[in-house]
Design a protein around this ligand. Sequence first.
Ligand code: PMP
Length: 449
Amino acid sequence: MTTTRALGRSIHPQLDHDYLRLVSGSGAYVTDSDGRTYLDAVAGIGVLALGYGRDDLIAAAAEQARRIPFVHSMRFMNEPSERLAAQLAAFAPPGLHWTFFCSGGSEATESAVKLVRQYWLDRGLPSKWKIIGRRPSFHGNTLTALAVGYHAARRKRYQPYLVDMPHLAAPWVYRCTEHGPDGPYCDVCSGRALATLIEAEGPETVAAFIAEPIVGAAAPGITPPPGYYETIREVCDRYDVLFVSDEVICGVGRTGRNFGIEHWDAIPDVMLLAKGIAAGYAPLAAVMAHDRVVDILLSGSGQYEHNFTMAGNPVSCAVGSAVIAAIEAEGIVPRVASLESTYFGGLERLRRHAFVGDIRGRGLLAGVEFVVPGGREPFSPGLGVTDRVVAAARDNGLLVYACPGIVDGARGDSIMMLPPLTMSVAEIAELVDRLDRAFEMVGPSLPGS
Ligand code: PMP
């Protein structure tokens, strides 16, 4: 769809395209400017964790704006950010008691890199600067976040600006040719390969390892096997490397635990939060740090030379505080855990479509990967399979998230679903039915069908 250019227009990735205009929402549904309603199976993009139209969250923002809408966190403290830091310390794995607030996931990644850097400076080991990421992964669109992550399509234009960081292959069990789905797992899928990479880089140069517990946009739903993060934790300890868990998608209940990493027995040194933490009612993100990290800063320089103007603003933090309170009062996390079997049980039925290669994830985070029927070969990118699926879903009143190019930046079609955590069983059934109809519209015309 193209349109004549109006004077004054907001910039979106496809400059000349008229995207759907979403004008209102209620629960798990959104309505566009033509009055069409969609089941929002991506909750914005994993953001509207408690759905649309939450009066308690609207009130939290309004009340705080009336009292004091802005406080500059570089020079002052404010009550909502201290309250939320205390709530998060109780909600997070043991020892993660310190929080730096910011406004989005990319800011959180940048802030974590600086925190890690300060840690090594205060340990007297300035040669440790490299952040090992995974391939594929996504930690944000700012330049350091693009550099530590590996989302080939989002990186390629900006290569000259990207610091060269090492990347460890992700434990993509479905595409691993060394073993079957149940192991015994190879060095990559077990996490052991991190030790080899640290050795190759020189442990004295490696500051941290960063991973999304379960991969999001870069290859949705890749879930490491049991034991993976236990091995990662052990390797990080052995080589004196910090472990950063990017919980921007997985955190705050999305996977059926408070944080995605809690599916494994491994406590990170640093965690990144965003998306669901203020449930879409205000921009908010956070970096949480373990006492063992901050104690080094406290007994060293005592400083964290970093801030953003909007960091820790009281309105966003008041909303975040209300979100954590609601998640606990409404038992959202155990609810997600109990919905997992209904959700994935429903999605599994979609394997009847021959172009569905893999369905994976945890809790209410799901990825579906499409392949040429009969094997694991990705479709030719020119077929636009991901876009066709997303358009067919939309035609069936369902919003899902397009993740093309997951295999090498061009090939590899997939979609991600991150519905509101408040979704009913009936709405989950509807999600699956609408997706089933969308697949029915696309599948038969694809090669190999
Ligand atoms: N980390 C992960 C895992 C993400 O999925 C994203 C965004 N999709 C980011 C970081 C960056 O967050 P933001 O877009 O809020 O900057």
